[in-house]
Design a protein around this ligand. Sequence first.
Ligand code: UD1
Ligand code: CA
Length: 451
Amino acid sequence: MSIALIILAAGKGTRMNSDLPKVLHHVAGAPLLVHAMKSAAELEPEKTIVVAGHGAEQVSAAATAFDENAHVVLQTEQLGTAHAVAQAKEALSDFNGDAIVLYGDTPFISPETLVRMIEARKKYAVVVLGFEANDPGRYGRLVMAGDSLSKIVEFKDASDKERAITLCNSGVICADASVLFDLIDAVGNDNASGEYYLTDIVEIAQAKGLSATSVTCDESETLGVNSRVQLAESDAIFQAKARLALMESGVTLSAPDTVYLSHDTYIGPDTIVEPNVVFGPEVTVENGAHIRAFSHLEGCHVSRGAVVGPYARLRPGTELAEFTRVGNFVEIKNAVIDEGAKVNHLSYIGDAHVGARANIGAGTITCNYDGVMKHQTEIGADSFIGSNTLLVAPVSVGANAMTASGTVVTKNVPDEALAIARSKQENKPGLAVKLFDMLKKKKASKAKGAE
Ligand code: UD1
Ligand code: CA
């Protein structure tokens, strides 16, 4: 069975109080819209239609960044959910199969739930995803007659008896695409909101002799985001699930509640993650690594046996090979650190390649930016970079080479050479004692004057 997704993402999200369209607000490092698209992508849809309106350009960019084949259609006026779905009709004119309607602001519907809906479609023309709500509030209510769904009634239009129903509408609907668009054609806007309700298609289907039913899922899946508070709640739900999944897969989180993960964080078994570590997007950590407390990682790869932190910052393009060491207050950006190399203290390594087993002394800085352009630094295998070396890029240090502490390296250093570039030291015999005496006398005469 071919599947088409129709993802509604035209709404403004007034309660977010934001210039950014609601569906582009992030949970775990990805827009809400991408979460919805990502879980539905597991169904391998033939077509994905995103209905955009408010901030359509930005929404379109985010949708196609995730899936270059996503087709974005415009709903210029938000006249209701049925009207929104109708905007996808033209884009699906050649499509034969089931359409699934999802909301871009509802990030956690699981692929398994969608599969159960597709299964239910074998027996019913229209399948609606419902949930037992703890607090049904203003959700639409599902009116069931046995296994059959008679209608969906919006809260505003519901009688007291209908408002007492706790089985609520998630908004996710599945039907044959051409049936769906036929039903939508019959939807009017004579209701409390004056909107074209997608939910009306159930009653219309029943009147036409088409069957409808509901499939239910846990309320945590249907959580929609309408405010910053709900955004934070969604993130918390995501984090809790993702931490649990990591621990079950063999990762040690010594203080799980303090570790922040992204939607795509991968960490291999037997890696230990200490408290207060933040994983931004696009981080992969292999087995048996150790990420120590208060480290911040994004866009990087950490290999087996590497130790990172405490207080390390790995920025995009960082590649740590096996058994490397990156210690406290070290920032690395767009750099490859080869096997067994060490950058243990207070350094900035950017746009660089550090050879195997090299030792980068405390306070080393790659001066990669000349104010206009970025330049590369090469550091050879088994080299020793003395403390407080400045490497003014573009520059290279050969294999088995050394730099003296405090050296400003502006010329390439050949293999096996020692580079030293600092002013020569002079020792003045006995001068320290003379200076001490002079200073102590000064202090004493000052104290006398103050009496
Ligand atoms: C809708 C359902 C309600 C359900 C609830 C679940 C209808 C009529 N009601 O109500 O039964 O319990 O969701 O959260 O469907 N959208 C557009 N274009 C529009 C209107 C909406 O793209 O013209 C998008 C919104 O951006 C949003 C989604 O559709 O992502 C739902 O719209 P919203 O207005 O929030 O519907 P609810 O009133 O919450
Ligand atoms: Ca809503």
